[in-house]
Ligand binder design. Structure first.
Ligand code: NOJ
Length: 812
């Protein structure tokens, strides 16, 4: 009861703040920071951690480190300044060449689903789509294929993958670039993607570190005269307590370090009061000391706000380098650049720190053998680079290699298959798979070809959506629309009629029976709807765009076999989910260039869907906690504050802690077959388990003791249906009562994907590592295994848990 009252109060307060107490759209959510919130609370400040630790090359980079040290020993001071300061040039980020040392410079390119500023490159599925596969192999292969394209275009660094935002708020504009609203699944996805990129020879960049959980006020607002001293209000401060930091936001970044990510990108916003790119606790303390990160930290573009303070705080490379990124003249200089030279000359900057910055940059370069026959930068990148067009270049770039290289290889087939396997079947009342229906009608503005210009810079009314917008998008060389793919399939099947209505307003405001103008309604009505999201803005609501809900209701009023497909950035409220005429719902997210083919493969059963939700779909948009802070009611310089007071309670952790009914829970997804689980058992892998880990020497990923397996949990999975399909058994851990308050009721700590023939059974094993069974103890500053009994449950979603086993690693 107390919970309910508290929740009611929260909702009422938010409602009053945003809408003057009037009734509001239940799917719209925003939060206005009330007055007097700059007063420091129990957290919201950052301890100082200095000096910035030097890299040791540990974890396998020792040989590369010595090559990097030799390289740095040959640099002049001006060259050193160049090595840590970006320049406008052909790529989104550029480090200039030093020909006398045979160093041809570094080319940094976006982004997490494609090499964006490039022609003849593929557009892969978005992070959220890839996460919905819950498939380690797919995540790796996607990273590997993408990495091949970056390399073939001459990019040394791919600016991805994304673990921040993690998905604290359902409304955050960039959640789709990342993976899942869960640190464990995101951590696995980071690790697989980074390994894929780097096995292909390109450096990964784990971003945005850390706390970048909303877009609104991610950067400061400046006075219109455009000088950096005229800040009206500083960027928002993400105020995160130590335990939440470790157990949620830092967790997947630890996987990234463990996977030996070459680089990290610090985020735009402030973190506990100071800018993330000069936050010594985050960069020196958490990342370089605690996690043992051996690579380099680059700033987000324009995310550097100081010279010395950033360098001492742990920033190693300033991107894009000049103050042009802040709206100033390209020749206005840089926080780094010439200031680095001055700093060393006047003794304020220790040259050993500058050397460490460059050694950190060059070690992964040598480790990945980027000094040996690396492809040249494709000159066409320079032509397409609107961020630093040729007119802004201050230095010379020697673009001699072949132009407009086609780097797509056979990736179309991979992209098609991966997006099909990522499709989440949310509802299916025997509507799917389709079996050569006689008649099909297609509805919705997401079905057809885009008729309204560029696919990736803004939303458009007519045409299918296969990616979100901003730096995380891709430049399509083609995009297969659902309508084109359905038409092709219908012709092959001799389906006698394909009619289509692509104007949502027309569908929503007319009687669909009139639109159909036929005596018999089609055997199946396929409705395609979409939801846009982009960098730089948070979502205002969770509904399907362009009156999508009304479109479904209108079609379903006439057609008793209405199948809804969404192409969306992520969470959508689906108020029509229980409509009896809505017989199937599929969430296809952003599938990339093969969109239509991927969804036809699923609709017709060529691919049995096996995607599972990487987030929760609530009953109402207002059911979600942790909304973005959309406004402040005071105008002080530091007044934008976002208190992560929900702590560990995001997504399912929150809905479970408060027993809130949801539409479709985290981990949910149907198949054309059915599965069963049985025979769970657990085996302890080490003889004695202590509460605290042994203090081993830190390796990339942190104390290696955290990554040692303590238990194996095994369960038998059976395909009980009559078609082949892939099951996704998921393991959730409930911590003992002795764990400090605020521990979520259950947390994902294992998953697998297994393909099974009808009737086939297989054993699946999950290894529980020390970190999986620990909480972050803010007193001892350690991961600690609480004493008492853990309940380990395995099921097919976070609320469909079928098998239970109990373990007591540390006796009370
Ligand atoms: C800003 C974005 O936040 C980041 O993700 C991107 O890599 C850079 N811009 C470069 O485009």
């Amino acid at each position: 009861m107390a919970h309910l009252l508290a929740l009611g109060l929260l909702a009422a307060t938010a409602s009053a703040q945003n809408f003057g107490g009037s009734s509001r759209d239940e799917d719209a959510f925003s939060y206005v920071q009330p007055e007097n919130t700059t007063i420091l609370g129990p957290y919201g400040h950052s301890p100082a951690v200095y000096p910035s630790p030097h890299t040791s090359g540990s974890g396998g980079w020792e040989d590369a480190l010595s090559l990097a040290q030799d390289f740095v020993a040959q640099l002049t001071l001006d060259e050193k300044a160049d090595m840590v300061t970006g320049q406008p040039g052909p790529c989104v980020g550029n480090i200039v060449a030093i020909p006398r040392l045979n160093f041809s410079g570094l080319c940094l390119q976006d982004g997490p689903l494609s090499i964006r500023v490039a022609d003849y490159a593929s557009v892969f599925s978005a992070g959220v789509t890839a996460a919905a596969t819950w498939d380690r192999d797919i995540l790796y292969q996607r990273g590997y294929a993408m990495g091949q394209e970056f390399k073939a275009k001459g990019a040394h660094i791919a600016l991805g993958p994304v673990a921040g935002p993690l998905g604290r708020s359902a409304y955050s504009g960039r959640n789709w670039e990342g993976f899942a609203a869960d640190p464990y699944l995101t951590g696995v996805a980071m690790e697989e993607t980074i390994q894929g990129y780097q096995d292909a020879g390109v450096q990964a960049c784990a971003k945005h570190f850390i706390g970048n959980e909303q877009e609104t006020q991610r950067n400061p607002t400046y006075d219109s005269n455009g000088t950096l001293t005229d800040v009206i209000q500083e960027a928002i401060s993400a105020n995160i307590d130590d335990r939440t930091m470790h157990e949620l936001y830092l967790w997947p970044f630890a996987n990234a370090v463990r996977a030996k990510a070459a680089s990290f990108m610090c985020s735009y916003q402030r973190l506990n009061g100071s800018y993330a790119c000069e936050n010594s606790k985050a960069l020196n303390g958490l990342l370089k000391e605690e996690l043992g990160f051996q690579g380099y930290v680059m700033s987000d573009w324009g995310g550097t706000h100081s010279g010395m303070a950033s360098i001492e705080g742990g920033l190693d490379m300033n991107m894009p380098g000049g103050l042009g990124a802040y709206g100033m003249h390209p020749e206005a200089g840089s926080f780094f650049g010439g200031n680095v030279t001055i700093g060393v000359n006047n003794g304020t900057l220790d040259e050993a720190r500058l050397d460490d910055m460059i050694i950190r940059i060059m070690t992964p370069y040598f480790w990945l053998e980027q000094d040996v026959d690396y492809p040249t930068v494709d000159p066409s990148s320079a032509d397409m680079n609107t961020f630093s067009p040729r007119s802004t270049w201050l230095r010379e770039f020697n673009l001699t290699g072949p132009r407009s290289r086609d780097v797509r290889g056979d990736h179309a087939a991979i992209i098609r298959r991966q997006a099909a396997e990522a499709t989440v079947l949310l509802k299916n009342n025997n509507a799917l798979p389709l079996r050569a229906p006689k008649t099909i009608a297609v509805f919705g503005n997401d079905a057809g070809e885009n008729t309204m210009g560029p696919l990736n810079s803004d939303t458009f009314e007519f045409g299918t959506l296969a990616s979100g917008g901003g730096s995380g998008t891709g430049r399509f060389t083609y995009l297969v629309s659902p309508l084109a793919a359905i038409n092709a399939r219908a012709q092959a099947d001799n389906t006698s009629l394909v009619q289509y209505w692509l104007n949502n307003t027309q569908i929503a405001t007319n009687d669909v029976a009139d639109l159909l103008a036929v005596q018999t309604i089609p055997e199946v009505c396929l409705v395609f709807l979409k939801t846009w999201a982009a960098e730089g803005e948070d979502r205002e609501h969770l509904k399907l765009d362009y009156n999508g809900t009304e479109v479904v209701n209108s079609v379903a009023a006439t057609c008793n076999n209405t199948v809804v497909v969404t192409h969306s950035s992520g969470i959508n409220s689906l108020p029509f989910a229980s409509h009896p005429n809505v017989t199937a719902i599929l969430a296809a997210h952003y599938p990339g260039q093969e969109s239509g083919n991927s969804i036809v493969d699923v609709l017709y059963g060529d691919v049995n869907p096996s995607g599972h939700l990487p987030y929760t779909i609530a009953l109402n948009g207002s059911d979600y906690n942790a909304p973005p802070t959309t406004a402040v009611s005071t105008n002080g310089t530091y007044d934008w504050q976002s208190w992560f007071d929900e702590k560990l309670e995001i997504d399912y952790r929150y809905f479970d802690a408060h027993d809130i009914d949801v539409q479709y829970e985290f981990g949910f997804g149907l198949s054309y077959t059915t599965f069963n689980l049985s025979s769970i058992s657990s085996t302890q892998l080490v003889r004695h388990i202590s509460a605290q880990p042994r203090q081993l020497e830190v390796q990339p990923g942190g104390n290696p003791a955290l990554w040692t397996g303590l238990y194996n949990v095994t369960v038998e999975v059976t395909n009980t249906g009559d078609v082949e399909g892939a099951a996704v058994p998921q393991l959730y851990v409930t911590f003992p009562d002795s764990t400090p308050a605020g521990t979520p009721p259950k947390q994902l700590r294992g998953f697998d994907k297994v393909v099974l023939q009808p009737g086939e059974s297989r054993n699946v094993s999950f290894e529980l590592m020390r970190r999986d069974l620990s909480y972050w103890d803010i007193i001892s500053q350690q991961w600690v295994i609480p004493s008492g009994e853990f309940v380990i449950r395995v099921g097919f979603s976070s609320r469909d848990l079928r098998e239970t086993v109990r373990i007591s690693p540390v006796r009370a």
